[in-house]
Design a protein around this ligand. Structure first.
Ligand SMILES: O=C(O)CCC(=O)C(=O)O
Ligand SMILES: [Fe+2]
Length: 266
């Protein structure tokens, strides 16, 4: 078994222990205002956008030579080891999931893995949504779609994640021994629009805090990705073009509270 419940509990526990430390301890791993990696909130968003009600830690976890250890918590003591272990499990899982998705579309099993490339990135975002007095006024995480290939989300037993479908918000079940695989924009491009990258958001709660760990699996930088040829035909012409370094473009739009997928449209 790739992931046992006891191990999922461990990663949640080190996340909780990290966030529940005094601010000074967490700030030792603080990111710069414009930086992506490290502890702390996103840069102040564009005018008219609100800040998220959350505490977060963002780390590059794979390839290993991309790890910047100054951002990796030293406390709790087991944080690094547990995250390293979680990363190895995520590698196994992304391979399995990528192959299963290819097969489900009658494609050659390795086709998505080849597009992602050997140095495809795994990045972990630890989210801690503390209790909020006015959940009616603020979101834990504003509405967005992920710029990844796809994202593997570990939740605890508190609901909060919502997915926008058929013009309404649907609350994702919070099954604490399950992982949720959410398509990002780049899988929508690679599947020529068959798999959809959904807009999602996180609500706040006045009763319970919530923890999640999102692992973004993103194609190797500088590698072009595009719709699989096997998914393009006369009835289903190409709706996306080839793109490179989409995640960067996505980030620019994200900060303005906008989607980026249109830049890849034919
Ligand atoms: O907290 C969650 O369940 C989702 C987090 C998420 O969507 C993200 O980090 O991009
Ligand atoms: Fe997301």
């Amino acid at each position: 078994m790739v992931l046992q419940k006891s191990f999922l509990d461990k990663i949640r526990q080190v996340a909780r222990d990290f966030f529940e430390q005094p601010a000074e301890e967490k700030r030792r791993h603080a990111k710069g205002v414009e930086e992506f990696e490290g502890y702390g909130a996103d840069p102040v968003p564009a005018e008219g956008q609100s800040l998220d009600w959350s505490d977060r830690l963002f780390l590059d976890v794979y390839p290993e030579d991309r790890r910047k250890h100054k951002f990796w918590p030293e406390n709790p003591k087991s944080f690094r080891k547990v995250l390293e272990e979680y990363t190895s499990r995520m590698q196994i899982l992304t391979e399995l999931v990528s192959k299963a998705m290819a097969k489900s579309l009658n494609l050659e099993a390795d086709c998505f893995l080849n597009q992602f490339g050997e140095r495809a990135a795994l990045q972990a975002r630890f989210n801690y949504y503390s209790r909020c007095q006015r959940p009616d006024l603020v979101l834990g995480l504003k509405a967005h779609a992920d710029g990844s290939g796809y994202t593997i989300i570990l939740q605890d037993d508190v609901e909060g994640l919502q997915i926008f479908k058929d013009e309404r918000w649907i609350t994702a079940p919070s099954i604490s021994d399950a992982l949720l695989v959410l398509m990002g924009d780049q899988m929508e491009i690679m599947t020529n629009g068959i798999f959809k990258s959904p807009v999602h958001r996180v609500l706040t709660s006045s009763e319970k805090e919530r923890i999640s760990v999102a692992v973004f699996y993103t194609p190797e930088p500088n590698k072009e990705i595009g719709p699989e040829e096997g998914l393009v035909n006369e009835e289903r012409p190409k709706i996306y073009k080839k793109v490179k370094d989409y995640a960067g473009v996505h980030w620019e739009y994200y900060q303005q509270g906008k989607r980026a997928l249109h830049v890849a449209k034919v």
